[in-house]
Design a protein around this ligand. Structure first.
Ligand SMILES: C[S@@+](CC[C@H](N)C(=O)[O-])C[C@H]1O[C@@H](n2cnc3c(N)ncnc32)[C@H](O)[C@@H]1O
Length: 387
């Protein structure tokens, strides 16, 4: 694929690095993760550097906007390795403006010295996987930290990083709406800039799925889940955190720039085992995915300079599906001009009309957006729009 010389700086770029290693696999998690074993992180970093160089060949003129260390458990990385990778990325792509550099950390790894190490390495946004603020639920979720450790980690993070977010999972087995309200009030009292509130999903192949199949794990009913979602939106809004995406709430200016690239169907490269990417080059849009198994990914990088399992051009129908799937998750919605460019006929007027009168979407001359009510039933809205 030939890369032409653009007149002006290329499109914004997000760089996602997947570090799949975890001290323990949580019973609800279906991310691409494996148990961490003693390893030579310098050698692994070399693989990431080579794959970054590979993807730079397709994006030499892109403008770096964000770097995101996700996992797995990136907080198991040595800060020097994180620093090395950040410096390498910044040496490859131009970055005229501020670059958001996020790292996902487990509270069990988040001591002040380690967090300071990540901040000195160039991380300026920390995302803590807190999940719950009571010990019995943390035990039920298979987490290695206590609520006291989580509160300490949040305190350290706020003292060290300009931007801090933490994740909570709601809809946990046996969780009541009252308990969720109390926990959320406690979380909001910590005055985070950003909160990610995820409804517990029972994923195929996880220990939670097996327990559910044996009747040993019962999650709240769908109606209760809707109550948890509405409560989250209401309490966050009252505390000044806007629901800018289905699961994400932020103070003005604290939305996650990296994730917004995903939701706006911008360009991002995915480096590391199982990482996904989306690249625009010469009028085409490509989807990339890396080999999942870390050893096989590393072996492929050694042989070919990258661990790509696949790279395919997305046709206009695929692109339209992604544009709506991702774009209608965020409050800002989707540009109708982009819809038009991918499907000259645009979206079905009568279906849009139905969804609008049901109060699930709102449109104007420029945009189609979901309402808060529409975001609560996003799959049903997309089902109508795309079929
Ligand atoms: C990539 S994971 C974060 C990994 C990090 N090592 C951790 O556990 O803190 C991102 C977030 O997804 C959420 N998550 C993962 N699996 C989930 C599930 N089955 N249901 C709901 N949320 C989930 C959790 O809140 C988690 O913090």
């Amino acid at each position: 694929m030939a890369v032409s010389q653009p007149a002006k700086p290329g499109p914004d770029l997000g760089v996602y690095l997947h570090w799949p290693f975890c001290q323990a696999i949580c019973p609800y998690c279906d991310f691409n993760v494996i148990r961490a074993r003693p390893m030579d992180q310098v050698a692994w970093a070399e693989h990431y550097v080579r794959e970054l160089n590979h993807f730079h060949e397709f994006t030499p003129h892109h403008t770096l906007r964000s770097i995101f260390f996700g996992g797995g458990t990136p907080s198991l990385m040595q800060p020097e390795i994180v620093g090395l990778l950040i410096d390498h990325i910044k040496s490859l792509w131009q970055a005229p403006g501020a670059v958001e550099v996020s790292l996902e950390a487990n509270p069990s790894d988040a001591s002040a010295p380690i967090l300071s190490g990540f901040a000195n390495a160039g991380v300026n946004r920390l995302s803590l996987g807190v999940q719950a603020l009571n010990d019995s639920d943390l035990k039920g979720l298979g987490r290695w930290h206590t609520s006291a450790q989580a509160l300490k980690a949040i305190e350290h993070a706020k003292a060290i990083f300009p931007s801090v977010s933490f994740d909570l999972i709601y809809g946990r087995p046996g969780q009541t709406l009252d308990a969720w309200e109390t926990e959320l009030a406690q979380a909001l009292a910590l005055a985070p800039d950003h909160l990610s509130l995820y409804q517990l999903t029972i994923e195929p192949g996880t220990a939670f799925e097996r327990a559910q199949a044996r009747g040993r794990l019962i999650v709240p009913e769908e109606d209760d889940m809707a109550g948890f979602y509405e409560t989250a939106g209401a309490l966050c809004a009252k505390a000044g955190l806007d629901a800018y995406e289905v699961s994400n709430h932020a103070r003005p200016g604290a939305a996650c720039a990296h994730n917004l690239i995903y939701w706006r169907c911008g360009d991002y490269i995915g480096v590391g085992p199982g990482a996904h990417g989306r690249l625009s080059a010469d009028g085409q849009r490509y989807a990339t995915v890396a080999i999942k198994k870390p050893k096989e990914w590393a072996a492929s990088v050694e042989r070919h300079g990258h661990g790509r399992a696949n790279m395919e051009a997305l046709d206009k129908k695929d692109q339209l599906t992604e544009l709506l799937l991702m774009g209608l998750r965020v409050q800002e919605g989707v540009d109708l001009a982009r819809v038009q460019a991918l499907s000259p006929g645009g979206l079905e007027r009568n279906i849009m009309g139905d969804l609008q009168s049901a109060g699930l979407i709102a449109t104007d001359a420029l945009k189609i957006r979901t309402t808060q009510k529409g975001r609560a039933v996003l799959n049903a809205v997309l089902e109508r729009l795309l079929n």
